[in-house]
Design a protein. Structure first.
Length: 169
């Protein structure tokens, strides 16, 4: 369940990509092109467990790769290596505002609906196959180098709070 909420984060982040796209430009001196909002979210992000407040002990590595994020679709993959060294993959391919499936290791794990609040803030609601539910608030840092997910998760053991911090790689 905890890792599935990572997917919520990614999709909500991708929703923010729809805001205020700007043209890229390069200077004559070859300076790096200016970023669009989409560029701020696209790419690879890694969970920083030291900056996060997780429900339980940190397992292994968690990496998110956002492949597509525009007004019509979002596609991403989360790769997790757990504490025992086993690798798991979660993926999402859907549309903003539409409940869509998220998969874990190729099997549907639940349904997620994301909503863009602003260019740097999104929310998500999730219902998992095991009956657990969750909500998230996702915020991109002003410098675009990290994002924070504040989650509330309700499962058979109760209601839990969790904060995950991801850093751009």
């Amino acid at each position: 369940m905890k890792r599935s909420f990572v997917l919520l984060v990614v999709f909500a982040c991708a929703l923010t990509l729809n805001a205020q796209k700007k043209d890229k430009s390069k200077t004559a001196a070859g300076d790096k092109a200016s970023s669009t909002n989409a560029d701020l979210w696209a790419g690879t992000w890694k969970l920083n467990p030291d900056k996060s407040k997780l429900m339980g002990p940190a397992g292994g590595d968690v990496t998110i790769k956002i492949d597509a994020a525009d007004a019509n679709s979002v596609k991403y993959t989360v790769t997790e290596t757990d504490a025992s060294g086993s690798q798991h993959t979660e993926s999402y391919d859907g549309k903003p505002g539409v409940e869509s499936a998220l998969t874990r290791d190729g099997q549907e794990a639940g349904k997620v609906t994301y909503h863009r609040i602003s260019a740097r803030h999104s929310t998500a609601k999730e219902t998992m196959g095991d009956g657990s539910t969750g909500t998230e608030n996702i915020t991109l840092a002003p410098d675009g180098k990290s994002f924070t997910v504040k989650a509330q998760i309700k499962d058979s053991k109760g209601v839990h709070q969790q904060t995950e911090v991801f850093e751009k790689q």
